[in-house]
Design a protein around this ligand. Structure first.
Ligand SMILES: N[C@H](CCC[C@H](N)C(=O)O)C(=O)O
Length: 256
């Protein structure tokens, strides 16, 4: 089968994006993993389908690079909104359904503003915390992030007794001056460090609010800059927005 695909990236988190509006695509786990393979396929951290959904502008179906369906992807959601605008499915606002429920989004000044789910609990662990921003995130503050072996440290947490069954994404966070964070993430389902993780930086920003960080938090990731804004009321986080660029890098055809 000859498949037309689009390649997107949001601060270096990259995706194969497919237009499935006529709902004729049924991909196996092996096919998704092949498309995400950086040597034999197109190469990406994940793959997304844009497809119709009653009551929404579209539905987002997301797979991790391992070929398995996944929970919410924040950078992927932002890229899919940009793709929907490119296709003419939306203008500068979108209302779509994803794995963790409905999302509003809007495009302004070249950035995609994606509303993330509300967060009502942050679980304190020994020297970290755990919260779900549409995907599960372990968040640990570290003093010197540049030198950290994120792959080894992240993998150890992801495969620890607590997390080995369901997995978790693992975020290491360095607090910087002027309400800024530097975040690096080991991603479940990619099983490696990615250049950015949208639900991850959202988790890091909400966790940092307990150390005095205020909305909007500026976040540096390996692949660029993101912003997270939120409202907070007795430990509940609402109106959470992940803001950043989403770029269509190229499109092509591949034999599947
Ligand atoms: N790997 C994540 C999903 C993608 C999250 C990330 N790419 C983002 O931008 O939120 C998981 O399995 O929970």
């Amino acid at each position: 089968m000859n498949l037309t695909f689009y390649k997107y990236q949001g601060t270096g988190n990259d995706f194969v994006v497919l237009d499935n509006r006529n709902q004729d695509l049924e991909l196996s786990r092996e096919q998704v993993a092949f498309l995400c393979d950086r040597r034999k396929g197109v190469g990406a951290d994940g793959l997304m389908l844009l497809q119709p959904k009653e009551g929404f502008d579209f539905e987002m179906v997301y797979y991790n690079a391992d070929g398995r369906p996944s929970s919410m992807c924040g950078n992927g959601g932002r890229c899919l909104v940009a793709f929907a605008q490119f296709l003419g499915v939306v203008e500068d606002q979108a209302y779509f359904l994803a794995a963790d429920g409905p999302h509003q989004a809007y495009l302004k000044d070249g950035l995609v503003h994606l509303q993330m789910r509300d967060v009502d609990t942050i679980e304190d662990l020994e020297d970290a915390c755990f919260l779900n921003t549409g995907s599960p995130h372990y968040v640990k503050q570290v003093p010197a992030l540049k030198e950290l072996d994120v792959y080894a440290e992240g993998r150890a947490v992801r495969y620890s007794d607590r997390f080995k069954a369901e997995g978790t994404n693992v975020n290491f966070v360095e607090h910087q001056p002027e309400n800024k964070l530097f975040v690096r993430t080991y991603e479940r389902g990619v099983e490696d460090e990615t250049f950015s993780c949208g639900t991850g930086v959202t988790a890091a920003a909400l966790a940092a609010s307990r150390a005095g960080y205020t909305s909007p938090v500026q976040i540096e990731v390996l692949g660029g800059e993101l912003q997270v804004s939120f409202e907070q009321e007795d430990g509940q986080f609402k109106n959470v927005f992940l803001i950043g660029p989403a770029v269509q890098v190229f499109h092509g055809e591949i034999n599947l």
